[in-house]
Design a protein around this ligand. Structure first.
Ligand code: PLP
Length: 407
């Protein structure tokens, strides 16, 4: 064991001594990254098949994004929304154009924009739909993941996210994800919005049946309910379209974006909505100190432009089809299913035979980084910029690791 390996062990021990233990990281100490490749403190290279839960869709240290960041940082970075800036309009114009919606409200972390959506939906419920004071309800899916604030975990169905954190915010009701009848039954006169992920990420990359989003759109129209989509993970090319809702030819009333919007450099999120929905906000009703700051706006605009200029949406569709086809072709008794859309695939393993965590740890030893979700699912969500040869290498390593567990 060489001295640098000792340093990695030491780095892990130091972190464990002072950091809260709210994560269970793989034993890898990363130091630098470029494109789809990361390097640890030993100089060992890893293929990134996780891209920070889609936050690094552009790959690490994309030159155009690093340039946009450093150039803007030398001008001005944070001014607050107490003043106008020359960076906010170009960013939001681009977002409005791409989404087909009318207005946008930027924030930093994704959960902040989920909170924005919840506030907007409730006010719309009272002021436009006419729901009685404090009676508005939002219908959400079982197995949802929308972030970690106390309000958001209050409507999670995951015990680990909730345990010990109550009391929770009322006003949420559940339905079975992907089941239009269940959704119809959950909606009543006090429902202001349906809030869903078009594909459930943290739940294990669950793709609903074809037509589900269209059915949800129809139900919302019939019952005068908003359809709000959380595309923090599924948006910006991840599923092979700019937005997952485009697979079904619908338009939501509100859309939540984050993760890749920051180009892998900064936390940038946004709530984008129709004129009518966004009209509920007036000065003083909502805000965020760092939301839409010049640095974030410059990087986010460039992040959108890079996706467009480099054809990353089509790339995700083409390479994603290849990824899914290869993973579905793996003939292994350990695999129950491989599913996904675009460069976003989950492989569901049989927990009676193998633990997803063990597979992911072995893959890391062999230089491929992934992450398990829900004990049984391994996610494959590389940067959309990944080279085809790198993608094939990552799949090869996964298959080889899996074969060893079969024995
Ligand atoms: C990651 C994620 C969030 C939360 O975003 P943060 O930046 O971690 O606050 C919300 N919704 C979905 C679908 C996500 O994937």
């Amino acid at each position: 064991m060489d001295i640098r390996r000792t340093l990695a062990t030491e780095a892990i021990a130091r972190e464990a001594a002072v950091a809260a233990h709210n994560y269970h990281p793989l034993p890898v100490v990363l130091q630098s990254g470029r494109g789809e490749w990361l390097t640890d403190v030993d100089g060992k290279r890893y293929l990134d098949m996780m891209s920070a839960y889609s936050a690094v869709s552009h790959g690490h240290a994309h030159p155009r994004l690093v340039r946009a960041l450093t150039e803007q940082a030398q001008r001005v970075s944070v001014t607050s929304r107490a003043y106008h800036t020359d960076t906010l309009a170009p960013f939001l114009e681009k977002l409005v154009q791409l989404t087909g919606l009318d207005r946008a409200l930027p924030a930093s972390g994704g959960a902040e924009s989920v909170e924005t959506a919840i506030k907007a939906a409730r006010r719309w419920g009272y002021r436009i739909k006419g729901i009685a004071k404090d009676r508005a309800e939002i219908v959400v899916a079982r197995g949802n993941f929308h972030g970690r604030t106390t309000t958001i975990i209050g409507f999670s169905t995951e015990a680990a996210y909730r345990d010990g954190f109550g009391p929770f915010t009322p006003g949420f009701r559940h339905f079975e994800f992907g089941d239009a009848d269940s959704l119809a039954a959950a909606i009543d006169d006090n429902t202001c919005a349906v809030l869903i992920e078009p594909i459930q990420g943290e739940a294990g990359i669950i793709v609903p049946p074809d037509g589900f989003l269209r059915a949800a759109r129809r139900l919302c129209d019939e019952r005068k309910v908003l359809l709000i989509l959380d595309e923090i993970q599924s948006g910006l090319g991840r599923t092979g379209r700019w937005f997952a809702f485009q697979h079904e030819g619908i338009r939501p009333d509100g859309l939540i974006l984050g993760k890749a919007l920051g180009g892998g450099l900064l936390p940038v999120s946004c709530f984008v909505a129709t004129e009518e929905l966004m009209s509920v906000f007036d000065p003083g009703s909502h805000g965020s100190t760092f939301g839409g700051n010049p640095l974030a706006a410059a990087v986010a605009l460039e992040a959108l432009q890079v996706i467009e200029d480099e054809g990353l949406v089509v790339r995700s569709a083409v390479l994603g089809a290849h990824l899914l086809q290869r993973l579905q072709a793996v003939d292994s008794p350990l695999i129950r299913a491989a599913r996904g859309r675009g460069l976003w695939v989950g492989v569901d393993l049989d927990p009676a035979r193998v633990s997803a965590r063990a597979v992911v740890e072995r893959m890391a030893e062999h230089g491929v980084l992934s992450k398990e979700t829900h004990d049984t699912v391994i996610r494959f969500a590389p940067p959309l910029t990944i080279a085809r040869a790198s993608l094939d290498y990552g799949i090869d390593v996964f298959v080889e690791v899996l074969r060893r567990f079969e024995r």
